[in-house]
Ligand binder design. Structure first.
Ligand SMILES: [Zn+2]
Length: 83
């Protein structure tokens, strides 16, 4: 299962179009502010608009379950803070 930090980045990007754009356009800028493993960073750099077409494709792209993603979206840091 991905780290909580990873899930927060991806879960927030699912909910927030602005941050999704930033993540897809310049992942290193987002990664400079979040502590994730090298493997997770590599996965984040590979994400595309297509991966965000559905929650299931997004979960699959990062090796998470759909319930992991829905779970993290209730986390205050995920809902209330831009990444
Ligand atoms: Zn945001």
């Amino acid at each position: 299962m991905p780290s909580e930090e990873m899930l927060i980045i991806v879960g927030h990007s699912w909910q927030c179009r602005d941050c999704r754009r930033k993540l897809l356009d310049d992942p290193d800028r987002i990664l400079s502010r979040h502590r994730v493993s090298e493997e997770e960073a590599a996965l984040l750099r590979q994400l595309t608009e297509e991966d965000f077409s559905s929650i299931s494709s997004l979960a699959q792209a990062i090796g998470a379950s759909i319930s992991d993603l829905y779970g993290i979206m209730n986390h205050p840091r995920c809902r209330l803070r831009h990444i």
